[in-house]
Write a protein that binds this ligand. Sequence first.
Ligand SMILES: NC(=O)c1ccc[n+]([C@@H]2O[C@H](COP(=O)([O-])OP(=O)(O)OC[C@H]3O[C@@H](n4cnc5c(N)ncnc54)[C@H](O)[C@@H]3O)[C@@H](O)[C@H]2O)c1
Length: 257
Amino acid sequence: MIKILLSGCFGRMGKAVIDAASESDGRFTVISGTDITVGESSFPVYNDIHLVNEKPDVIIDFSHHTALPAIMDYALNNNVPAVIATTGHTEAEHRIMKDASEKIPVFFSRNMSLGVNLLLSLCKKASEVLKSDFDVEIIEKHHHNKLDAPSGTALMLADAISDTRKNFMDAKTEYVYDRHTERRKRSPEEIGIHSVRGGNIIGEHEVIFAGKDEVITLSHSASSRELFATGALRASEFIVTQKPGLYNMDDLLNNII
Ligand SMILES: NC(=O)c1ccc[n+]([C@@H]2O[C@H](COP(=O)([O-])OP(=O)(O)OC[C@H]3O[C@@H](n4cnc5c(N)ncnc54)[C@H](O)[C@@H]3O)[C@@H](O)[C@H]2O)c1
């Protein structure tokens, strides 16, 4: 049984992880949680991770990016692997995660879904084949409570395409989030990233490769938060057996295949 310390336990994803763990036939159990709000739970919840008394096998974090330094500090002091599923980190927070991963195993993915990670590899393939002849635009849609924009997944897709482009484009890819401030023609180096917020949309991502005479659209739609929770549990099962390092969904998928 894998014992979980759940960061952000009262949030939407926190609840999804609790449900997924309780349906895992005892493979996972949440033994403690952290949150800055109050709520009811069947395990002890702390408003400061350093006060946690129980000894977890792994931390799963679905909270807020500002929680990251304290989580990494706790993980290093207690030698506990961490699955970071929160999005919207600053560069400085990413550096903290990277530095910590030299001493403990850290799993980070802006999207814990298997399907989205397949979309990612299809986008890399499409970019390799279509090269700079096709303009790339990404549209993401999420519920009206989402705090960060664009979504971490949209950035993950853009980063993957941008990396592939280094093989055939000299100019650096530029992410364009807003076109209303400047009147100028679109350049081939751009990737347009657009965010739609409304209702209770769980998460939709559409990547458009628009060429002279044809358009290819690759898309993924999530219909339940459960898939992210299940992915986080699989990631925690994987990370508890790893050496220190920074791991992502590719590592998990390669381990499954
Ligand atoms: N990687 C993925 O696949 C994936 C999927 C869904 C959501 N997310 C990300 O997970 C995060 C949480 O999403 P959500 O929809 O559950 O949000 P939410 O707002 O419903 O829940 C976040 C919870 O974290 C708590 N929190 C805030 N700051 C905290 C801190 N410093 N310490 C502990 N708890 C804190 C909040 O009180 C809240 O209960 C977001 O960053 C979201 O983008 C990632």
